[in-house]
Design a protein around this ligand. Sequence first.
Ligand code: SF4
Length: 376
Amino acid sequence: MADSIEPENGSKYEDTLKKNINDLDLWDDDISDEILSSYDIDILSMPDEKPRTNKEMKVKVGIKVSSEDHGTPLERFRPGYLWVSDLTKQNWCEQQLYYSFTMSGIIEVNPVVQKVMTEGSNLHLARELAVHDTVPVKVTSNEDIWAIKVINLLNAVQGFLNGVTLAREIPIFGAPFQQDVFFVGLIDELRFDPESYNIDLLELKTKAFKSPPSKAQKSQHRLQVLLYKKLFDDLVKGNLSKTTVAKHLRLDLKRDFGEAVSLELTKHLVEFKNLDGLLDHLFQRMQCLTCVSQLHIEYVHQESKQTLYHHTEDYDDDDLSNIFEDYLKFWRGQRPVAGVDIEEAWKCQKCDFADICEWRSKKSEEYSSKNKDKMK
Ligand code: SF4
């Protein structure tokens, strides 16, 4: 699998590009996967291993802060597109997601959660390296970066068409439900059956504890695999156009690839000098496959590496469409931000924003005035 590496320091152009590459946050969906795994009631309710010092408490997470308060959340916080993990975090608590953009300075890095995330990342990496090596490729433009994603997706597709049965860490993207919002994600695993042509999708979740995943976690993971299937199937059905990709990712389809990316393409026996030809080729290959048949979620114990639980999820297009529409209203600034319902108030207990959360104090006032009314 090709992996982008940043260009060396040098010209102003390269400095700007480096910044843009950082903004692109290449594999955010994968990293966030570990963050999602840390949203575990067992971990949230765990005391720290040792009392944290003031210094540790003040460590800040490097999430961008927007000083501007105009524009929609989509315009303010994201570079023209969303990650699948943005919606899964929103599924946990939209208010928390909002604060993570606007108040990131008060996020505390909990060493226990950090350790769980690192263990989870290592397990994902070990699984990835079991099926392919990663090859660093020097990128010189945003077009190069997206070419690498396309090459990695194309590798999986071409592999299936050649009889390979397993692919891991597969980039996926698209603009589902004709909502004019672009999404990027990273599928953990696809399994191909050369006999039936069935493709199964599997999402790996690691757990520090052997307890079953909570209802809230399952809801996040369900949304994640449903959206991955939608994005994959849209490509199989030919529902994505080059102009949509170029518009949302702000790419010049006719811009020539850099030398390293061109060389990488020839290694994969395809020769295209820009995204225009490469995307045509990808779309044509994708349409030779079938839609995803089954959705699996596997929960693996971090210490023993044993599979603890395995769920299959039924795809429901109407359900996904309804969730999607509601969530996009937030991103488009069409409704106010919302926090958790009373049934999920346990999430607030270890939330970094609990002390300043307006939603939480509003709900608490509402419930205490209701209780007073009942007492009258
Ligand atoms: S305190 Fe509760 S409602 Fe507020 S951001 Fe945190 S989890 Fe969400």
